[in-house]
Design a binder for this molecule. Structure first.
Ligand code: ADP
Ligand code: MG
Length: 232
């Protein structure tokens, strides 16, 4: 597998959050990480991205051990992390937000032209400051920043959170188009139905442990599982 997380154990101080979490993502795959709030989904992405390094366990990317490296080093290895809180630069324009991302990333098929063709709305707003964007536009910008880094994999944390339904649908469509373009993604999404619709495989987290894994199409039909771990 392209990304292999093995036996991750992550702590916040004395709180043992992730307990032996193992996740695989193959090239070109979209893998969803689902579970209730507080189950450890964000911590899993942070652990892979190097923000909260694991106390035990390992992460390899194409066979290279990236465990414990600094977030920017992991980013240079081709891992783009889009956190839950959309950290765009509010006082920089859309264009400058993207420019900063290109400096952190590598060259590849995703350039300004392609990113703007993907999100025409961002091109219309390219000279606007980040703070002037709507929530949906900010989310487009965080995804565009990830794309323009030409990563090998994108870790997306709740990209539809807090967006109006029609905007959330637009972002969902963008994620599906990224998949069509061959982008590898590990997706955390609160809405299990959406997550299982856009992903190839899924892992279910509960209290920091993986309690189920499998093809999304199969998990979708498992009413007992959905009732037990996913419904609120
Ligand atoms: N910075 C932190 N310090 C202490 N505990 C935290 C911190 N961030 C998250 N937690 C705790 O870790 C657990 C998992 O959180 P998180 O990974 O954010 O869950 P999810 O993304 O699935 O909602 C929760 O119990 C949460 O309260
Ligand atoms: Mg979270």
């Amino acid at each position: 597998m392209f990304l292999e997380a093995r036996g991750l154990n992550t702590y916040y101080g004395k709180s043992h959050i992730l307990q032996d979490v193992s996740i695989d993502v193959d090239r070109g795959e979209v893998v969803a990480l689902i579970g209730r709030n507080g189950s450890g989904r964000s911590t899993t992405l942070k652990t892979i991205a190097g923000v909260t390094p694991p106390r035990r366990g390992s992460v390899t990317l194409d066979g290279r051990d990236i465990t414990g490296l600094k977030p920017y080093t992991i980013a240079r290895h081709g891992v783009a992390y889009v956190p839950e809180e959309r950290r765009i630069f509010p006082n920089l324009t859309v264009l400058d937000n993207l420019k900063l991302a290109t400096l952190a990333g590598r060259k590849g098929k995703w350039d300004y032209e392609r990113v703007f063709a993907f999100f025409p709305r961002l091109e219309e707003r390219k000279t606007n400051e980040g703070k002037a964007l709507s929530g949906g536009e900010q989310q487009m910008l965080t995804i565009a920043r990830a794309l323009i880094q030409n990563p090998e994999i994108i870790l997306l944390d709740e990209p539809l959170e807090g967006l109006a339904p029609v905007v959330a649908q637009a972002i969902q469509k963008a994620i599906m188009e990224m998949k069509t373009e061959g982008m590898t993604m590990l997706l955390v999404e609160q809405n299990a139905r959406v997550a299982l619709a856009v992903s190839d495989r899924a892992h279910v987290l509960s209290d920091g442990q993986i309690v189920a894994s499998g093809p999304s199409a199969k998990l979708r039909d498992d009413q007992e599982l959905i009732q037990r771990y996913l419904s609120v």
